[in-house]
Design a protein around this ligand. Structure first.
Ligand code: ACO
Length: 345
């Protein structure tokens, strides 16, 4: 199949937009992650609702998920990943010019999670804000960081994806309760050494698909009903088709834009939403699974935390070496999508 740069929905076609990295290149200088200790397995869920380990494993690839203790805040899990990332990059909070937190589960409408992280770290010289693009938030955050470093308006940026999604799960809805988990991942971006860093980007949104993944009563506002918990809801099969399609097209886009052949991708780090989505897209992109980072079995879908959790694990396991072409790709509610290709330093 020839891969075009257009994907089609029931509402019509959308042309993907991609661009080459310009200006001063940026690269990931260090990463850190955090996952809550408490684990809920598929067998635990069997006792809580009408589901089975067999169904969850076969339909999603998920075996367990980390679930935060009641009362845990998103800024707490974000801060733990942030501290680990600063250590890995060999910098201190005083070096930070900017803190960007991607999250689908902020602790409230305001203050931002990023400002709470800034306060915890004591990063008083940084500007801090949240980016909300659901599961695509981490890639959107990376793109902002890259743009600021490229234009020399920042030298050191901390990008975090952090979630406590479990407090937005309705444990009587087996269609969503088995899918999601909690966790956080963080990356420090700095100017790249010669030849390395981000090469190309593909970012997009299609608001016509706003109703496909939602949280709370979106027509009246999630906070319209006093004290009502906004729960995650989605049209699973529609999102599934969108996800496979957009993964394939954005891989093609960022590779074309960077002048790198699809078969020369050394590691693809996709958003971990469903093993079957990743597998179907990898086959059509032509990538063997030993060049794909997959840890959905351990974490479930952690929304904006899933890409940094999978990338950090791949780094820790020695799967990424200098000069490798690494592709990150996300999609999520909005609808939104985002991918980037980098040369690992
Ligand atoms: N256990 C047992 N049976 C279940 C469960 C469960 N946990 N959940 C659903 N079923 C049943 C359904 O009731 C249905 O039964 P029926 O045929 O008797 O009506 C059957 O299984 C099939 O249901 P589908 O929803 O069609 O199942 P599907 O194979 O599509 O899998 C899933 C559902 C896993 C949600 C899949 O559609 C998916 O992964 N979609 C993509 C979701 C996604 O990527 N979301 C990312 C965005 S998240 C964000 O942005 C925050």
């Amino acid at each position: 199949m020839a891969i075009t740069n257009e994907y089609r929905t029931r509402s019509g076609a959308v042309a993907l937009r991609s661009f080459k990295a310009k200006g001063r290149p940026s690269a990931i200088a260090g990463m850190g992650v955090y996952a809550p200790e408490n684990i809920i397995t598929n067998f635990d869920l069997e006792k809580m609702m009408d589901t089975s380990d067999k169904w969850i494993t076969e339909r999603t690839g998920i075996h367990k998920r980390h679930i935060a203790a009641p009362g845990t805040t998103t800024f707490e899990v974000a801060t733990k990943a942030a501290r680990a990332a600063l250590d890995a990059a060999g910098i201190t909070a005083a070096d930070l010019d900017m803190i960007l937190v991607g999250t689908s589960s902020p602790d409230g409408p305001f203050p931002s999670v990023a400002c709470r992280v800034q306060n915890e770290l004591g990063a008083s010289g940084a500007v801090a804000w949240d980016t909300l693009a659901a599961c695509t938030s981490f890639v959107y955050g990376l793109s902002i960081a890259d743009a600021y470093i490229a234009t020399e308006r920042a030298d050191t940026v901390l990008v975090i994806g952090a979630e406590v999604l479990s407090r937005m799960l309705n444990y009587t809805n087996r269609g969503t309760a088995v899918i999601f988990g909690d966790g956080a991942g963080a990356a420090v971006l700095r100017p790249a050494p010669t030849g390395g860093g981000f090469k190309s980007w593909c970012l997009g949104s299609d608001g016509r698909g706003y109703a496909q993944v939602t949280c709370g009563n979106i027509e009246k506002g999630a906070y319209a009903a006093k004290d009502a918990t906004p729960f995650i809801d989605m049209v699973g099969p529609d999102v599934f088709k969108f996800a496979v399609d957009i993964f394939i097209r954005q891989a093609n886009e960022v590779c074309n834009t960077a002048g790198v052949a699809l078969e020369d991708i050394d590691l693809w780090v996709p958003h971990q939403a469903n093993f079957r989505i990743i597998d179907a897209a990898a086959r059509r992109i032509g990538l063997p699974l030993d060049r794909v980072a997959i840890n959905i079995d351990e974490y479930g879908n952690t929304s904006s935390a899933s890409i940094p959790l999978a990338l950090e694990e791949a780094i820790r396991k020695g799967r990424v070496k200098s000069g490798d072409h690494v592709l990150l790709a996300g999609f999520g509610s909005g609808l939104t999508w985002g991918a980037c290709l980098m040369t690992w330093v």
